[in-house]
Design a protein around this ligand. Structure first.
Ligand code: DX5
Ligand code: ZN
Length: 220
């Protein structure tokens, strides 16, 4: 399967947001990754529905919305209304994860489960068969530009085994500290979607960097 690249808007220049969305439209990127933080589950606050709606109005690729908020059930319908196509919730925020996944799918979105670096991926064994994708955090969530946690490579391998043991076709997404130096290794380990913020937007030509990510991860 082709490796998908999801630029994280968190690292974009918000004074030029429209321009940056169009740049991604015209690039080889596959998804827009949007990070929603509430200042409670994670120590940072980002943006909400109004910004998502405005991005949606010009985006030509699906919106992959990553919720880092407490009690996400309260807002699932609002994220659908704002334009989310993929919606992921943290294992750590959902006491009734099956119900939350059903709710997301019934709203017509792809449902993702996110797991923090300290939690064993085995915790998801009994629910992987209902998820559309699993997002492995490769940094502690909250900020862009952090250092990649190496242990993630082993975690992807373990998760791959869990998926096949449970007949799950869920995709594996990796988020945090992904760059051109580790992208190929992540793809080889079994990742299907790579999120990248700082390593795309800090470069002189982000569109060319996205193309480089696609080349590195998809060449035979
Ligand atoms: C971190 C967010 C990430 C972040 C990744 O909590 O979930 O999506 O934007 O940024 P980089 O690629 O810079 O680590
Ligand atoms: Zn994210």
């Amino acid at each position: 399967m082709e490796i998908l690249i999801a630029p994280s808007i968190l690292s974009a220049d918000f004074l030029k947001l429209g321009e940056q969305i169009r740049m991604i439209n015209n690039s080889r990127a596959d998804l827009f990754h949007l990070d929603i933080m509430d200042g409670r589950f994670v120590p940072n606050i980002t943006f909400g529905f109004n910004i998502i709606k405005q991005i949606k109005s010009i985006a030509e690729k699906p919106l992959d919305v990553h919720l880092m908020i407490e009690d996400p059930d309260r807002y699932l319908q609002d994220f659908k209304n704002a334009g989310a196509d993929y919606l992921s919730v943290h294992y750590e925020t959902c006491p009734h994860l099956h119900r939350t996944v059903d709710y997301i799918k019934n709203l017509g979105m792809k449902a993702g489960l996110v797991i923090n670096p300290h939690n064993p991926v085995e915790l998801l064994s009994d629910i992987v068969n209902v998820a559309d994708y699993i997002l492995i955090m490769s940094v502690n969530p909250g900020f862009g530009g952090q250092k990649f946690i190496e242990q993630t490579i082993n975690r992807i391998g373990k998760l791959k085994n869990i998926l096949s043991e449970n007949n799950s076709t869920a995709m594996i997404e990796v988020d945090g500290g992904v760059d051109l130096s580790n992208a190929r290794q992540l793809a080889d380990a079994g990742a299907n979607i790579l999120v990248a913020g700082n390593s795309i937007f800090s470069t002189r030509n982000p569109s060319e960097t996205i193309a480089e990510f696609k080349r590195i991860t998809n060449e035979q």
